[in-house]
Design a protein around this ligand. Structure first.
Ligand SMILES: NC(=O)c1ccc[n+]([C@@H]2O[C@H](COP(=O)([O-])OP(=O)(O)OC[C@H]3O[C@@H](n4cnc5c(N)ncnc54)[C@H](O)[C@@H]3O)[C@@H](O)[C@H]2O)c1
Ligand SMILES: O=C(O)C(=O)C[C@]1(C(=O)O)C=C[C@@H](O)C=C1
Length: 286
């Protein structure tokens, strides 16, 4: 089994905290150091047994680490790598959990000093909650973590990153970063754009002059759970996967337009077929 002597986790929230928890549980890491900006969250990480120690000084924290996991919002990942790069030990593997891969991998690979390696990754698992308090060791169990090697990726480093996600309980497909971004634009980014828009639209609808949202029940709440996700995380995803998200939003608008046409035309059979097709497709993934 893969083993790292010292793991540094930069950004100890849901994603970083959950990976630290499971790797500790499985005894795949010797020591875990948390690195971040907020002392209260890091202190809580030690209290919860997620971390052995913490520091707000990233340069110090990565000293002697053979694994660095970066789990900060996407736009900050290249900045973090630039800051730690000169302080990495030879042989260190740096990987991340960011939700967008082309932006991250293209920016980070060239920053790596000789004898150290960057391998991009993205667990397709999460919740709408943030911070170390929200982390749990089974988050990655039975889920996918997409790892995105390029032509520059060191095969041994890639193998170790794949292995660590397997230890965390995930299936680990390999994907080109550009393809990854198109896939997640469809299955993750579009649904978040729609959920955030739906809440804002209903909130902004003032025909009755009352608080419409307070009448919401199961359907609305289930559908919009993900609109409670962290706004900074989603700002960064929208900024760095712009083209793929726009393509999916336009494609989706076509379906909404089609449905609008069926409703307007009172096309009973068209409506039933539209809903049936969707129900069958969704039921099949449950
Ligand atoms: N939440 C999800 O469902 C989910 C799923 C998969 C991937 N991701 C990705 O994982 C990453 C982390 O998401 P999360 O849900 O764990 O967020 P989180 O808010 O729970 O944790 C992020 C942590 O990073 C810290 N941080 C922010 N900027 C920093 C910086 N510049 N330097 C050091 N620390 C910094 C924050 O204070 C926080 O403690 C993001 O890139 C996100 O896109 C999230
Ligand atoms: O379950 C959730 O709350 C999530 O939104 C997790 C989710 C997703 O499935 O879209 C969100 C963003 C990620 O990058 C990966 C997973």
């Amino acid at each position: 089994m893969v083993y790292f002597k010292k793991m540094a986790v930069i950004g100890v929230g849901l994603i970083g905290g959950s990976l630290a928890r499971v790797l500790r549980e499985k005894k795949a890491v010797g020591e875990v150091v948390g690195i971040g900006r907020g002392e209260a969250n890091l202190k809580r990480g030690v209290e919860l047994g997620v971390l052995d120690s913490y520091t707000t000084d990233a340069k110090k924290g990565v000293e002697g680490a053979d694994l660095v996991f970066i789990a900060t919002p996407v736009c900050s990942i290249p900045q973090v790598v630039a800051e730690i790069a000169p302080h990495l030990s030879k042989g260190c593997i740096v990987t991340d959990g960011g939700s967008v891969k082309e932006y991250v991998v293209a920016a980070c690979e060239p920053l790596m000093p000789e004898g150290t390696w960057f391998v991009g990754g993205h667990p397709i698992a999460g919740t709408e909650h943030s911070g170390v308090e929200a982390s749990f060791s089974t988050l990655y169990q039975g889920r996918r973590c997409i790892v995105t090697p390029t032509g520059n990726t060191d095969p041994a480093a890639l193998e170790k990153v794949v292995e660590l996600w397997k230890v965390a309980g995930s299936n680990v497909p390999l994907m080109d970063p550009v393809q990854h971004d198109l896939v997640v634009a469809a299955i993750s980014h579009l649904p978040h754009m729609v959920a955030y828009s739906l809440v804002n639209a209903v909130d902004g609808y003032d025909r009755f002059g009352g608080d419409l949202l307070s009448f919401s029940a199961g359907g609305f709440r289930d559908f919009t759970r993900i609109a409670s996700s962290d706004p900074v995380m989603w700002r960064d995803i929208a900024l760095t996967n712009k083209e793929a998200i726009l393509e999916m939003m336009d494609f989706f608008s076509g379906y909404l337009e089609k449905l609008r046409g069926l409703v307007a035309a009172e096309d009973a059979e068209g409506l039933r077929t539209f809903f049936l097709n969707s129900k069958q497709k969704r039921d099949a993934i449950l």
